[in-house]
Design a protein around this ligand. Structure first.
Ligand code: FMN
Length: 334
């Protein structure tokens, strides 16, 4: 059975990748993920704001500026709240890329194309095989148009992919009027991969204490549906690698994502719930499913249920929505 896959030009031994999480915050954690069998490891993100705060600190220390964090940085936790600062992040990439045999993907979270792009180059010099760019932009100012937001995404991708010699993949939000169009424009701007989708951590309300809660819940398998839809749609229509993230709790979700057309399937919540060793369970489950269903390679599975290859393409379109609404037969029995 051939489990290998190509993601961002990297040859992976199988498609299951550890996505950004606190498990990659130390060399030990990275070693554990690699020993447990992750095909590649995407590190936790370094934020643009962290890099800029560090640069301000350095400029202040060498007397080049007064130490006055920009207004945009004021909501950001103090740099000391982070266990890993920009310097340590580069050290981690340097050591991890020499100690583990699987590709290390650096992760940057930013929204502008100024002041921190050089850092992408430093990550590559330190040993990152690829970069994942997480653009978490929340346009709460309702005067900002969707065109401006999309243009900003394109500028950031152009700036980062123009600065480095390794593939850049973009962890995308699902909230675009036309996800396919922005996906194509980001590929035009230099992205060699897209990761669908960034899980937006939406605030909740504590109604007793009347405070906004920002709690982070781990994902559920039902959350795969949105990325599954768009990976199915984009497969074969866009010239880049596709990574799937969100909702993988068992081999079933891995199989679904591959059949939609993902080149790599990522997981965080399942590993935080069950420990790094759970990677072997996912991989064994994938192999068992492939054996039972006579698939000889991951390549053969990829995209077999995508919009392009699906026996019922109408299942993806608006008319199916009507059918679903009419066919509702009450809650599923457990
Ligand atoms: C505790 C925690 C920390 C995370 N940190 C990051 C991060 O630093 N950068 C990032 O791009 N995604 C981060 N994520 C998102 C995950 O990489 C992943 O995309 C998301 O959890 C959905 O995948 P899952 O359903 O497998 O958990 C984090 C998720 C969790 C639960």
């Amino acid at each position: 059975m051939n489990l290998s896959t190509r993601y961002l030009g990297l040859e992976l031994k199988h498609p299951i990748v550890a996505s950004s999480s606190p498990q990659s915050k130390s060399l030990d954690g990275i070693r554990r993920l690699a020993d447990a069998g992750a095909a590649a490891i995407t590190l936790f993100s370094l934020f643009e704001e962290q890099i800029r705060a560090e640069q301000e600190r350095i400029e202040f220390l060498v007397g080049k500026t007064t130490y006055s964090s920009a207004e945009s940085l004021n909501y950001f936790p103090d740099a000391s709240a982070y266990t890993v600062g920009p310097g340590e992040y580069l050290d981690l990439i340097y050591q991890a890329s020499r100690e583990v045999e699987v590709p290390i993907i650096g992760s940057l979270n930013g929204v502008t194309e100024h002041g921190w792009i050089d850092y992408a180059r430093d990550m590559v010099d330190a040993g990152a095989s690829a970069l994942e760019l997480n653009i978490f932009f929340l346009p709460v100012d309702i005067d900002v148009s969707s065109e401006e937001v999309e243009a900003q995404y394109v500028r950031v991708v152009e700036a980062v992919s123009g600065a480095v010699r390794v593939p850049v993949t973009v962890k995308l939000s699902p909230y675009f009027s036309s996800p396919g169009d922005i996906a194509r424009r980001l590929v035009g701007a230099g992205a060699q991969g897209l990761v669908l989708f960034n899980r937006f951590y939406q605030p909740d309300f504590d109604i007793e204490n009347r405070v906004v809660e920002s709690r982070l819940d781990l994902s559920q398998p039902s959350e795969i549906r949105l990325p599954l839809l768009w990976i199915s749609v984009l497969y074969g229509q866009i010239g880049c690698s596709l990574g799937a993230t969100t909702g993988v709790q068992s081999a079933t979700e891995v199989v679904k994502y591959l059949m939609a057309g993902a080149d790599a399937v990522m997981t965080t919540s399942s590993l935080l719930r069950n420990g790094e060793g759970y990677l072997a369970t996912l991989l064994d489950g994938l192999q068992a499913w492939m054996t039972d269903h006579q698939f000889e390679s991951v390549e053969q599975m990829k995209g077999s249920m995508s919009l392009k290859h699906c026996a019922e393409p109408e299942a993806f379109v608006r008319s199916n929505y009507l059918k679903i609404l009419q066919s509702y037969a009450g809650p599923r029995q457990p």
